[in-house]
Ligand binder design. Structure first.
Ligand code: KG4
Ligand code: ZN
Length: 407
């Protein structure tokens, strides 16, 4: 083995990413090409456009990651790639490219589950901190993976240098980030919706609209049924504790009803037209306006009633994530919680999880903002223990849009 350099490649959704990580503990480079501008005007990721953009970006992004790391292809010890879950066509771009590269250079190929990658975003940064003298926590953890495609609770346990995962909770319908995106679209804000709602919620009254947690209750008739939506595709929910199931489609509908009853529809439409003057269906390269930073900017963008609605929505969603994560940690006896995925970037989520952890004497860790959303450093890091164990991908490796993690 050389320096233990793994090139990670990630293309499961709307970011094309490549990174070089040394021995799963030192990030030599991490390059992310975001497609936000392409999808912004549609208020969500358009799968066909995502594949096309990945095809365009993959070669320059990999090249940039190698250059930034100061290495050539000949210095690599392995190639790692996200094989699922995600959008089939998007995943396929990364998988085909990684297979060709590994085959061409005679390098081993390691397939990585995207969800495991998100968990390793936190572990990678803990190992990096450990090198500079901070304690490293190679101990069981409750992991909340919360993003645009996933809301999952895992018990993550170190096992002879590798990790094992047990699924203990998840959404039965929408992912939390999906609810953020849909609510933002409904209110005429930009895509992705999380950063908009996060920014605007600061200026609203979170107690204005009492979204009851009962609205975030799992639909009983779905328990034991085959999963229904893209977010719910991971594993059967029959054996999971119903108290650890999430459901975010109810609150999305409640927001829609509020908007209609309070006559906020028109102003939301007008705002969308202002933010995206080219129109939602133009298909031309979009410009994504930035979320407001000050109260004045927020109030210029929407009425106080909308700010209050947004603050109340966020308070309910974060509260539900908080309650179930800490309940799950207690259930499995984990003394630390890892929160990861795009929604882990949320300011209120970080504050409230940190406060609750201190209150309960539990530790909580988040990735830095750059590693919260999709990236390839987390993929290269997750691949390291598999590489060491010689767990290489079969030649017939293909993208698996519905890949599951853990039992
Ligand atoms: O992990 P990620 O980049 O991609 C997926 O695997 O889905 O997560 C993207 C999701 C989007 O739904 C986005 O709205 C949400 O993360 N997000 C946030 C924030 N930043 C991104 N949600 C809440 N607050 C934020 N600050
Ligand atoms: Zn992700």
């Amino acid at each position: 083995m050389g320096q233990g350099l793994i090139l990670g490649i990630e293309s499961s959704c709307d970011e094309t990413a490549a990174a070089v990580v040394e021995r799963g503990e030192r990030t030599r480079s991490s390059v992310v090409a975001s497609q936000i501008a392409t999808h912004a005007r549609y208020g969500g990721v358009v799968p066909e456009l995502a594949s096309r953009e990945h095809l365009r970006a993959i070669v320059p992004v990999v090249r940039a990651a190698l250059t930034e790391a100061g290495v050539g292809l000949g210095d690599l010890d392995a190639v790692a790639v996200t094989s699922g879950p995600g959008l089939a066509g998007a995943l396929l771009v990364g998988v085909s490219y990684a297979k060709a590269l590994a085959f061409g250079r005679g390098l081993p190929l390691v397939a990585v589950n995207h969800l495991e990658g998100h968990i390793h975003a936190v572990l990678l940064e803990e190992r990096e901190a450990a090198q500079s003298g901070h304690a490293c926590g190679e101990e069981p953890a409750l992991a909340l993976v919360v993003s645009g495609g996933h809301t999952h609770l895992y018990l993550a346990r170190p096992m002879q240098g590798s990790w094992s995962y047990r699924l203990i909770g998840r959404t039965v319908d929408d992912a939390a980030g999906e609810a953020y995106d849909k609510v933002a679209k409904l209110l005429g804000f930009g895509y992705p919706g999380g950063p908009w709602i996060d920014a605007l919620a600061r200026f609203g009254n979170p107690r204005a609209v009492p979204f009851a947690f009962s609205q975030v209750k799992p639909k009983v008739h779905l328990v034991g049924q085959p999963p229904r939506t893209k977010a719910a595709r991971t594993a059967p929910i029959a054996e999971l504790d119903p108290r650890l199931l999430f459901s975010f489609s109810g609150i999305k509908t409640a927001v829609l009803r509020y908007v209609e009853v309070h006559g906020l529809r028109e102003e939301a439409r007008a705002r969308a037209a202002r933010l995206f003057p080219a129109g939602l269906q133009s298909g031309a390269a979009g410009t994504a306006a930035d979320p407001p930073k000050t109260r004045e900017e927020a109030q210029a963008l929407c009425p106080q009633e909308t700010l209050d609605l947004v603050a109340s929505f966020q308070r309910a969603v974060v509260g539900d994530l908080l309650k179930k994560s800490f309940a799950a940690a207690e259930r499995v006896g984990a003394s630390r919680i890892l929160v990861t995925g795009g929604v882990a970037a949320n300011r209120e989520l970080r504050e409230r999880f940190t406060r609750e952890a201190a209150r309960r004497g539990v530790r909580v860790a988040f990735p830095t903002l750059a590693l919260s959303t999709d990236n390839a450093a987390m993929i290269a890091a997750a691949a390291w223990p598999r590489f060491v164990a010689g767990e290489f991908a079969a030649e017939e490796l293909t993208a698996d849009a519905a890949l599951t993690l853990g039992r």
